[in-house]
Design a protein around this ligand. Sequence first.
Ligand code: FPP
Ligand code: MG
Ligand code: MG
Length: 331
Amino acid sequence: PLKNTSVADPYQYVKGDLVDLTVNIHKELQSRNKELTELAKYYFDGKGKAIRPAIALMTAKAINQHLGIINSEVLELQKKVAMAAEMIHTASLVHDDVIDVSEMRRGKPSANGIWGQPKSAVAGDFIISAATRVMAQLNDADVLICISQVVADLVQGEFLQMGTRESESDRFNHYLLKTFKKTATIMANSCKAVSILAGCDSHLQNVAYDYGRYIGLTFQIVDDLLDFISDSSLLGKPGLADLKLGLATAPVLFAAEQYPELNVLIMRRFSQPGDVQTALECVLNSDGLERTKELARQHCQEAQRQARQLNPSEFRNGMEALAQLVLQRLK
Ligand code: FPP
Ligand code: MG
Ligand code: MG
């Protein structure tokens, strides 16, 4: 069983910062074009989980405590990393909804649903430019390298997702690499960036990076699980989206070990009539969902183990509690 950290709601430690974050992001997205600004700000409605900035800020506070940093100027710089992480993530969602032709996001019409594909695509670029400007204000080349790596990884993750591995034995590694690049890189690199700003040595930078990496992998593995078990009204988007997009995630990959006939469907990306239904039935009859849960649990524990390398503090507990929250989330 997982160690039960005593923090009931880790968000309490970063709530105020997250309110400022949304306000500051809105400021960065001002432009002379009213429609562009409206579109760019559309997903920053303060209703998202803001899990990425929460992770970066909690890690920043735990590390500052660990190093005895009481200088609030350092935290002000670290907040800009949290801000850029949320902006890059959201820009990628604006692009993602264009690519996936999604009509809904978080229970409301997607940006492309309202403004159309061309305007959404360029507005995503506009958000990236604003995030780049925020990062440039930090005057730190190593931090800039971390954050540019995030954008490169997101793009490569999307490319990985568009391809299917021929060999069954490669598929799981391909899935984990895709998952890192698509989701975990942003947590890993923003945690590393805040540790650089705190002046951490390379060991502590790696601790921060690995914490972000493991919590990010946990997040996406849970996401892949929820796509199978959650109700679309809870998700705010249709369920079984991955199968419908041709994507084989952990539940299907595990199920294919018990039902090898799934491999043909995986290779053709569930494109024939009935494929999605067949795959779903195999997953539900297999132990794929249970094994996916176990995989998420292991990654969560690993994130918590990284956090415990820091000196004890309420923020370190907050890091552990955030990992737990990511594991247990329902949407
Ligand atoms: C959501 O995945 C999408 C991502 C996590 C990343 C998308 C990345 C790109 C579109 C590359 C371009 C990147 C930038 C920075 C502009 P999903 O479609 O599985 O999840 P969903 O259910 O939230 O749509
Ligand atoms: Mg999508
Ligand atoms: Mg997508």
